[in-house]
Write a protein that binds this ligand. Structure first.
Ligand SMILES: Cc1cc2nc3c(=O)[nH]c(=O)nc-3n(C[C@H](O)[C@H](O)[C@H](O)COP(=O)(O)O)c2cc1C
Length: 216
């Protein structure tokens, strides 16, 4: 099977958020699509290990913020590579409390608020069907696509994303992978070899130190 054909399926870039008691929770997703028009239903896919999945099953209310192309890597890394179980992702992020939900406003061209009407078990993931109840456009900025994230920002997808694909070996130069976010530092493509980078160097994707990299 030529899995590269899957790279031709188009997606957007979104942050889904919800709130459990006083705790704000959320994660990055690319898998969201409108599936009906009159009844305004949106479908999203969430990995069963993601804390957002666990909490959304209880709260059944969420906001989906649509990222624009100006969105910075730190915002994507924070929501896409770390868990709300361990960190407060909303620190230093511009969000507003709307309809009792923490809605991310930063680098977003709009948001949708809705209620979960059904969760469907699909092996590693659950598909949530969400009835859209409220929405607002925040700017005319271009929404970020998944392709833009990969090709322009050189972003990766973690194992829990439904579109994750394993990296293929390239060349013989040394390559090092960030154990947190999966970013690959390839000596053959960089001006400085990984070993010569200063100790203060940090992962351009998720910001952790050199010590979190593993030689491939
Ligand atoms: C570009 C990108 C796309 C992603 N898409 C999805 C997705 O569609 N569904 C999903 O469950 N996780 C997706 N993820 C992974 C989650 O955002 C990630 O597992 C996150 O750490 C979960 O956080 P939580 O435990 O606070 O819910 C994506 C991550 C990135 C960086």
């Amino acid at each position: 099977m030529d899995l590269s054909i899957l790279n031709n399926i188009s997606y957007g870039m979104y942050i889904i958020t919800t709130k459990k008691e006083h705790k704000n929770v959320g994660c990055f997703i690319n898998s969201a699509m409108q599936i009906t028009s009159k009844s305004k239903i949106l479908a999203i896919s969430l990995n069963k290990d993601n804390y957002t999945n666990e909490v959304l099953k209880e709260t059944r209310k969420c906001a989906i913020s649509i990222l624009n192309e100006k969105a910075n890597q730190k915002l994507i890394s924070k929501f896409g590579y770390f868990s709300s179980r361990e960190i407060n992702k909303f620190d230093e992020v511009n969000y507003q409390n709307i309809s009792e939900l923490p809605v991310v406003i930063e680098d977003c061209c709009g948001y949708i608020i809705g209620e979960v009407i059904r969760a469907i078990d699909v092996e590693t993931h659950d598909i949530f069907l969400i009835r859209m109840e409220q929405m607002e456009k925040l700017s005319d900025d271009a929404p970020m696509t998944y392709r833009y994230y990969h090709e322009v920002l050189k972003g990766k997808s973690p194992k829990k994303a439904p579109t994750y694909q394993e990296e293929k070996e390239e060349g013989k130069a040394n390559r090092y992978q960030c154990s947190i976010c999966g970013y690959i530092y390839d000596d053959s493509k960089e001006k400085i070899k990984f070993e010569d980078l200063p100790d203060s160097w940090t992962c351009p994707m998720c910001g952790v130190g050199k010590d979190k990299f593993i030689k491939l």
